[in-house]
Ligand binder design. Structure first.
Ligand code: DGL
Length: 261
Protein backbone atom coordinates (compact mmCIF):
# COMPACT_ATOMS: atom_id res chain seq x y z
CA UNK A 1 0.00 0.00 0.00
CA UNK A 2 1.09 3.58 -0.45
CA UNK A 3 0.30 7.17 0.38
CA UNK A 4 2.05 10.51 -0.03
CA UNK A 5 3.17 10.24 3.59
CA UNK A 6 1.64 9.30 6.94
CA UNK A 7 -2.07 9.45 6.03
CA UNK A 8 -2.29 5.90 4.69
CA UNK A 9 -1.28 4.69 8.14
CA UNK A 10 -4.95 5.15 9.10
CA UNK A 11 -5.74 2.47 6.51
CA UNK A 12 -2.73 0.37 7.54
CA UNK A 13 -4.05 0.32 11.12
CA UNK A 14 -7.41 -1.03 9.94
CA UNK A 15 -5.74 -3.63 7.69
CA UNK A 16 -3.40 -4.85 10.44
CA UNK A 17 -6.23 -5.05 12.99
CA UNK A 18 -8.62 -6.86 10.64
CA UNK A 19 -6.03 -9.16 9.06
CA UNK A 20 -3.21 -9.64 11.57
CA UNK A 21 -1.78 -12.58 9.66
CA UNK A 22 -1.18 -10.66 6.43
CA UNK A 23 2.23 -9.30 5.45
CA UNK A 24 2.12 -5.58 4.75
CA UNK A 25 4.51 -3.28 2.91
CA UNK A 26 3.78 0.45 3.22
CA UNK A 27 5.45 3.16 1.18
CA UNK A 28 5.12 6.79 2.28
CA UNK A 29 6.29 9.11 -0.50
CA UNK A 30 7.24 11.77 2.04
CA UNK A 31 9.91 13.27 -0.21
CA UNK A 32 7.15 14.43 -2.58
CA UNK A 33 4.22 15.15 -0.24
CA UNK A 34 1.83 16.91 -0.33
CA UNK A 35 0.11 15.49 -3.40
CA UNK A 36 -3.01 17.63 -2.90
CA UNK A 37 -1.78 20.85 -4.54
CA UNK A 38 -0.11 19.06 -7.49
CA UNK A 39 -1.76 18.54 -10.85
CA UNK A 40 -3.68 15.27 -11.25
CA UNK A 41 -1.34 14.46 -14.14
CA UNK A 42 1.71 14.64 -11.88
CA UNK A 43 0.05 12.61 -9.11
CA UNK A 44 -0.97 10.01 -11.73
CA UNK A 45 2.67 9.70 -12.75
CA UNK A 46 3.76 9.23 -9.13
CA UNK A 47 1.04 6.61 -8.55
CA UNK A 48 2.13 4.53 -11.55
CA UNK A 49 5.78 4.82 -10.54
CA UNK A 50 5.09 3.68 -6.96
CA UNK A 51 2.79 0.85 -8.10
CA UNK A 52 5.44 -0.45 -10.51
CA UNK A 53 8.09 -0.23 -7.83
CA UNK A 54 5.99 -2.15 -5.29
CA UNK A 55 4.91 -4.79 -7.81
CA UNK A 56 8.50 -5.38 -8.85
CA UNK A 57 10.01 -5.23 -5.38
CA UNK A 58 7.49 -7.13 -3.25
CA UNK A 59 5.27 -9.00 -5.73
CA UNK A 60 2.07 -8.22 -3.76
CA UNK A 61 -1.16 -10.20 -4.09
CA UNK A 62 -3.13 -6.94 -3.78
CA UNK A 63 -2.35 -3.21 -3.87
CA UNK A 64 -4.08 -0.54 -1.76
CA UNK A 65 -3.97 3.07 -2.93
CA UNK A 66 -4.28 4.51 0.58
CA UNK A 67 -4.42 8.08 -0.68
CA UNK A 68 -7.54 9.80 -1.99
CA UNK A 69 -5.61 12.17 -4.22
CA UNK A 70 -3.73 9.31 -5.90
CA UNK A 71 -6.92 7.25 -6.12
CA UNK A 72 -8.77 10.17 -7.72
CA UNK A 73 -5.94 10.57 -10.23
CA UNK A 74 -5.04 6.99 -11.11
CA UNK A 75 -7.17 4.24 -9.53
CA UNK A 76 -9.05 3.24 -12.68
CA UNK A 77 -5.84 3.16 -14.75
CA UNK A 78 -4.01 1.09 -12.15
CA UNK A 79 -6.90 -1.36 -11.95
CA UNK A 80 -6.82 -1.76 -15.70
CA UNK A 81 -3.06 -2.02 -16.06
CA UNK A 82 -2.02 -4.27 -13.17
CA UNK A 83 -2.66 -8.02 -12.94
CA UNK A 84 -3.54 -7.87 -9.23
CA UNK A 85 -6.61 -6.36 -7.50
CA UNK A 86 -6.12 -2.65 -6.76
CA UNK A 87 -8.26 -1.12 -3.99
CA UNK A 88 -8.78 2.60 -3.49
CA UNK A 89 -10.29 4.55 -0.60
CA UNK A 90 -12.97 6.59 -2.35
CA UNK A 91 -15.66 3.95 -3.01
CA UNK A 92 -15.34 2.39 0.47
CA UNK A 93 -15.62 5.85 2.07
CA UNK A 94 -18.69 6.69 0.04
CA UNK A 95 -20.34 3.40 1.03
CA UNK A 96 -19.67 4.20 4.68
CA UNK A 97 -21.02 7.75 4.53
CA UNK A 98 -24.14 6.78 2.58
CA UNK A 99 -25.04 4.17 5.15
CA UNK A 100 -24.27 6.48 8.09
CA UNK A 101 -26.39 9.50 7.12
CA UNK A 102 -29.95 9.74 8.36
CA UNK A 103 -30.87 13.15 6.88
CA UNK A 104 -29.31 12.61 3.44
CA UNK A 105 -27.19 15.77 3.85
CA UNK A 106 -23.52 14.81 3.86
CA UNK A 107 -20.20 16.60 3.58
CA UNK A 108 -16.89 15.50 2.09
CA UNK A 109 -13.58 17.19 2.75
CA UNK A 110 -10.29 16.43 1.01
CA UNK A 111 -7.29 17.92 -0.71
CA UNK A 112 -7.61 20.47 -3.52
CA UNK A 113 -6.71 17.70 -6.00
CA UNK A 114 -9.32 15.26 -4.70
CA UNK A 115 -12.20 17.72 -4.41
CA UNK A 116 -11.28 19.38 -7.73
CA UNK A 117 -11.21 16.00 -9.52
CA UNK A 118 -14.94 15.52 -8.91
CA UNK A 119 -14.32 11.90 -7.89
CA UNK A 120 -16.42 12.14 -4.72
CA UNK A 121 -19.18 14.10 -6.40
CA UNK A 122 -19.48 11.31 -9.02
CA UNK A 123 -19.18 8.45 -6.55
CA UNK A 124 -21.81 9.85 -4.16
CA UNK A 125 -24.24 10.57 -7.03
CA UNK A 126 -23.75 7.01 -8.29
CA UNK A 127 -24.28 5.51 -4.82
CA UNK A 128 -27.40 7.55 -4.00
CA UNK A 129 -28.64 10.35 -6.28
CA UNK A 130 -30.88 11.74 -3.51
CA UNK A 131 -27.96 12.70 -1.27
CA UNK A 132 -27.23 16.41 -0.92
CA UNK A 133 -23.45 16.82 -0.89
CA UNK A 134 -21.36 19.70 0.44
CA UNK A 135 -17.66 19.60 -0.48
CA UNK A 136 -14.72 21.57 0.87
CA UNK A 137 -11.03 21.42 0.05
CA UNK A 138 -8.75 21.84 3.04
CA UNK A 139 -5.31 22.97 1.84
CA UNK A 140 -2.80 22.90 4.69
CA UNK A 141 -4.33 20.08 6.76
CA UNK A 142 -1.95 17.43 5.38
CA UNK A 143 1.09 19.56 6.18
CA UNK A 144 0.04 19.90 9.84
CA UNK A 145 -0.27 16.11 10.16
CA UNK A 146 3.09 15.52 8.45
CA UNK A 147 4.71 17.92 10.92
CA UNK A 148 3.09 16.13 13.85
CA UNK A 149 0.98 19.19 14.76
CA UNK A 150 -2.52 17.73 14.80
CA UNK A 151 -3.69 19.84 17.75
CA UNK A 152 -1.91 23.15 17.33
CA UNK A 153 -3.75 26.47 17.65
CA UNK A 154 -2.88 27.25 14.02
CA UNK A 155 -4.61 24.14 12.68
CA UNK A 156 -7.66 24.94 14.80
CA UNK A 157 -7.89 28.43 13.34
CA UNK A 158 -7.46 27.02 9.83
CA UNK A 159 -10.12 24.38 10.45
CA UNK A 160 -12.64 26.97 11.68
CA UNK A 161 -12.17 28.92 8.46
CA UNK A 162 -12.06 26.07 5.94
CA UNK A 163 -14.92 24.11 7.48
CA UNK A 164 -17.37 27.02 7.82
CA UNK A 165 -19.19 26.04 4.58
CA UNK A 166 -19.64 22.51 5.93
CA UNK A 167 -21.18 23.90 9.11
CA UNK A 168 -23.50 26.14 7.02
CA UNK A 169 -24.63 23.15 4.93
CA UNK A 170 -26.12 21.50 8.03
CA UNK A 171 -24.81 18.03 7.23
CA UNK A 172 -25.32 15.21 9.70
CA UNK A 173 -22.32 13.20 8.47
CA UNK A 174 -18.88 14.26 7.24
CA UNK A 175 -16.62 11.98 5.23
CA UNK A 176 -12.91 12.52 5.77
CA UNK A 177 -11.88 12.22 2.12
CA UNK A 178 -8.17 12.34 2.82
CA UNK A 179 -6.43 9.58 4.70
CA UNK A 180 -4.49 12.13 6.77
CA UNK A 181 -7.62 13.71 8.24
CA UNK A 182 -8.56 11.09 10.86
CA UNK A 183 -5.50 12.36 12.76
CA UNK A 184 -7.23 15.77 12.91
CA UNK A 185 -10.58 14.31 13.95
CA UNK A 186 -10.85 16.22 17.23
CA UNK A 187 -10.01 19.54 15.59
CA UNK A 188 -12.42 18.86 12.71
CA UNK A 189 -15.17 17.79 15.10
CA UNK A 190 -14.76 20.95 17.19
CA UNK A 191 -15.05 23.05 14.03
CA UNK A 192 -18.14 21.42 12.50
CA UNK A 193 -19.94 20.59 15.74
CA UNK A 194 -19.86 17.49 17.90
CA UNK A 195 -23.23 16.30 16.57
CA UNK A 196 -21.82 15.76 13.06
CA UNK A 197 -20.72 12.12 12.63
CA UNK A 198 -17.21 11.82 11.17
CA UNK A 199 -16.64 8.91 8.81
CA UNK A 200 -13.24 7.70 7.63
CA UNK A 201 -12.69 5.27 4.79
CA UNK A 202 -10.06 3.26 6.66
CA UNK A 203 -12.22 0.51 8.20
CA UNK A 204 -14.44 0.14 5.15
CA UNK A 205 -11.33 -0.19 2.95
CA UNK A 206 -10.04 -2.89 5.30
CA UNK A 207 -13.34 -4.79 4.96
CA UNK A 208 -13.14 -4.53 1.17
CA UNK A 209 -9.58 -5.87 1.16
CA UNK A 210 -10.59 -8.74 3.41
CA UNK A 211 -13.51 -9.77 1.22
CA UNK A 212 -11.43 -9.53 -1.97
CA UNK A 213 -8.78 -11.79 -0.45
CA UNK A 214 -11.44 -14.21 0.76
CA UNK A 215 -13.13 -14.29 -2.65
CA UNK A 216 -9.80 -14.97 -4.31
CA UNK A 217 -9.03 -17.62 -1.69
CA UNK A 218 -5.64 -16.11 -0.97
CA UNK A 219 -5.95 -14.74 2.57
CA UNK A 220 -3.29 -15.65 5.13
CA UNK A 221 -4.32 -18.87 6.89
CA UNK A 222 -6.14 -18.24 10.19
CA UNK A 223 -4.11 -18.60 13.36
CA UNK A 224 -0.83 -18.31 11.44
CA UNK A 225 1.86 -16.19 13.10
CA UNK A 226 1.44 -12.41 12.95
CA UNK A 227 2.33 -10.98 9.54
CA UNK A 228 5.39 -8.89 8.89
CA UNK A 229 5.05 -5.11 8.54
CA UNK A 230 7.59 -3.20 6.48
CA UNK A 231 7.65 0.55 6.09
CA UNK A 232 9.49 2.50 3.41
CA UNK A 233 9.86 6.26 3.19
CA UNK A 234 11.28 8.36 0.38
CA UNK A 235 11.99 11.17 2.86
CA UNK A 236 13.51 11.33 6.34
CA UNK A 237 13.33 7.75 7.66
CA UNK A 238 14.09 8.72 11.26
CA UNK A 239 11.17 11.15 11.29
CA UNK A 240 8.96 8.53 9.64
CA UNK A 241 9.82 6.05 12.38
CA UNK A 242 9.19 8.56 15.17
CA UNK A 243 5.92 10.03 13.92
CA UNK A 244 4.83 6.69 12.42
CA UNK A 245 5.08 5.05 15.83
CA UNK A 246 3.06 7.85 17.37
CA UNK A 247 0.37 7.67 14.69
CA UNK A 248 0.19 3.94 13.90
CA UNK A 249 1.80 2.22 16.85
CA UNK A 250 4.69 -0.07 17.68
CA UNK A 251 4.58 -1.85 14.31
CA UNK A 252 6.69 0.96 12.85
CA UNK A 253 9.98 -0.48 14.06
CA UNK A 254 12.38 0.13 11.22
CA UNK A 255 11.87 2.36 8.22
CA UNK A 256 13.72 1.57 5.01
CA UNK A 257 14.85 4.42 2.81
CA UNK A 258 13.90 4.57 -0.84
CA UNK A 259 15.00 7.15 -3.36
CA UNK A 260 13.56 7.67 -6.85
CA UNK A 261 16.93 8.48 -8.44
N1 DGL B 1 -3.42 11.17 2.28
C1 DGL B 1 -3.55 11.87 1.01
C2 DGL B 1 -4.99 11.83 0.56
O1 DGL B 1 -5.72 10.96 1.05
C3 DGL B 1 -2.95 13.23 1.17
C4 DGL B 1 -2.58 13.85 -0.10
C5 DGL B 1 -1.52 14.90 0.03
O2 DGL B 1 -0.35 14.52 0.16
O3 DGL B 1 -1.85 16.08 -0.08
O4 DGL B 1 -5.42 12.58 -0.28
Amino acid sequence: MFDSGFGGLTVARAVIDLMPGEDLVYLGDTARYPYGPRSLEEVRRFAHQIADFLVERVDPKLLIVACNTAAAAALAELQERLDIPVVGVIEPGVRAVVSATTTGRVGVIGTVGTIGSGAYQRAVAAADPDITLACAACPGFVEFVERGEANSDQVRVLAERLLAPIGDAEVDTLLLGCTHYPYLARTISDAVGRDVVLVSSADETGFEVRSLLEEAGCQAPPRSAAGTHRFLSTGDVEWFRELGQRLLGPEVLDVEPHSWE
